[in-house]
Ligand binder design. Structure first.
Ligand code: FCB
Length: 440
């Protein structure tokens, strides 16, 4: 890598990120069924109908995996806790084994000097709650607060940081409007309710953790940088709508206590009654803001119903996800977020990374494109820092190859290669390059 740790301010955190359903092996340890198990069991939803039942078997191999985190010289580890592992029915009876597991996992991180950065929800809604409407049902916010209290009473004293919900846009829009993630709905009313309830649940969880005396609480959003497909006024309208739905809705809700009009134009009539009254909860103060960034999108209008936005293929080199590599977008997002929403609040890049078709040959995995991707995005991190943006850390998605949701196991995002037959872990060349860069 061309960057070294010493190029960054003192105390800047380097980390890596994972999520529970993608790595743990959800069939183990008494966890309840989740909507991702249901989604994967539905023909056509997930490549080869793969699921997270075994995944990387991190449930039993976490010690070995944390040795890899420490071996790379990383300071922090962003992981998630599975609601259904702690509460198999989503509420009511606690699975003691699940709570014990997250307790051991936390101590295993601390024993290696790694800062535990937790997320309370990275998408595996307990099926029993999905049966009651999941994100569509306003009660989800209260159920989420109860889960938050149970799990944080146990491990909250040892967390470096906590964010309630990973990527509200994916939870709401991708899953209830586009139908591409569980629960696979294509329904604007469900989407509008999820767009609101996901933020309400975020706020309730923040309030709950404040009540427990916890600090360093944040929010993690995924953002894409929208570009017009051409210089027509229509393309600019498409950009503004996309930007509104994808980016501004969530930032505006949490940091300004209102929703952008350009999105309300289409969603207001589908929102739940009295949604305006929830902003004191939604806007509960946070201590930091996390940004997940991977790519840009090129947009134009089409003649479909609102928002009538269509994506156009772009010219830049792409990752295995077919995502254009556009590091400037990270700078744009970071600097605009700080300028327009968060001011002096610490920002973190909580996910950034790429999938490639990595192969294990003679005991090694050569992935120079990943190292270049990370270098390119770290350039933009430094550019934003040089302009005074309070960016405090950078987390790579992901520690190891894992279950990439609807795309199954073939999209390899890891710094560490996983053989999904033997579950053997092999650090890739990018892992070694990172370890070298972080030395000293
Ligand atoms: C993010 C998700 C993460 C992974 C990466 C590639 O949106 O948070 O689980 O799927 O994308």
């Amino acid at each position: 890598m061309k960057h070294r740790r010493s190029d960054f301010p003192e105390g800047f955190l380097f980390g890596t990120a994972t999520s529970s359903y993608q790595i743990e092996g959800h069939a183990q340890g008494g966890a309840g069924r989740t909507m991702w198990d249901d989604f994967a069991d539905t023909p056509g939803n997930v490549v080869r109908a793969e699921n997270g039942a075994r995944a990387c078997d991190h449930y039993t191999r976490y010690e070995e995996d944390f040795d890899l985190v420490a071996g790379a010289g990383l300071d922090a580890y962003r992981f998630s806790l599975s609601w259904a592992r702690v509460l198999p029915e989503g509420r009511g009876a606690v699975n003691q084994e699940g709570l014990d597991y997250y307790d051991r996992l936390t101590d295993a991180l601390l024993a290696r000097g790694i800062k535990p950065c937790a997320t309370l929800y990275h998408w595996e809604m307990p099926s029993a709650l999905q049966d009651l409407g999941g994100w569509r049902n306003r009660d989800i916010a209260g159920w989420f607060a109860e889960y938050t209290e149970i799990v944080m009473k146990r491990v909250g004293d040892r967390m470096f940081s906590v964010a309630p919900i990973n990527e509200p846009w994916c939870v709401a829009w991708l899953s209830h409007y586009m139908g591409l993630h569980a629960p696979g709905q294509r329904d604007i009313r469900a989407a509008a309710r999820a767009m609101h309830h996901v933020l309400l649940a975020h706020g309730r969880a923040i309030e709950t953790m404040r009540g427990l005396g916890m600090q360093n609480l944040g929010a993690v959003f995924n953002f894409e940088w929208p570009l017009p497909a051409d210089d027509s006024p229509e393309a600019q309208v498409a950009v503004d709508r996309y930007d509104g739905i994808y980016n501004h809705w969530f930032l505006s809700g949490v940091f300004r206590k209102h929703y952008p009009q350009i999105v309300l134009d289409g969603l207001e009539r589908h929102l739940p009654a009295n949604w305006q009254d929830d902003f004191d909860v939604i806007g509960a103060p946070v201590d930091w803001c996390g940004i997940n960034y991977y790519t840009c999108k090129r947009l134009t209008l089409d003649d479909s119903p609102w928002p009538s936005v269509a994506e156009v293929e772009g010219p830049l080199p792409k990752t295995l996800m077919d995502w254009e590599i556009y590091p400037e977008g990270l700078y744009n997002i970071i600097s605009r977020t700080a300028r327009d929403y968060t001011g002096d609040l610490p920002l973190y890049v909580t996910e950034n990374g790429m999938a490639s078709a990595d192969v294990l040959e003679d005991g090694a995995v050569l992935d120079p494109a990943r190292t270049a991707y990370l270098d390119g995005h770290l350039d933009q991190v430094r550019r934003a820092q040089a302009e005074g943006v309070p960016l405090k850390g950078y987390f790579i998605w992901s520690l190891m190859d894992n279950f990439e949701w609807a795309l199954g196991y073939e999209k390899r995002f890891g710094l560490v290669h996983v053989d999904f037959d033997t579950l053997e872990r092999t650090p890739k060349a990018s892992y070694h390059a990172l370890a070298e860069a972080l030395k000293g």
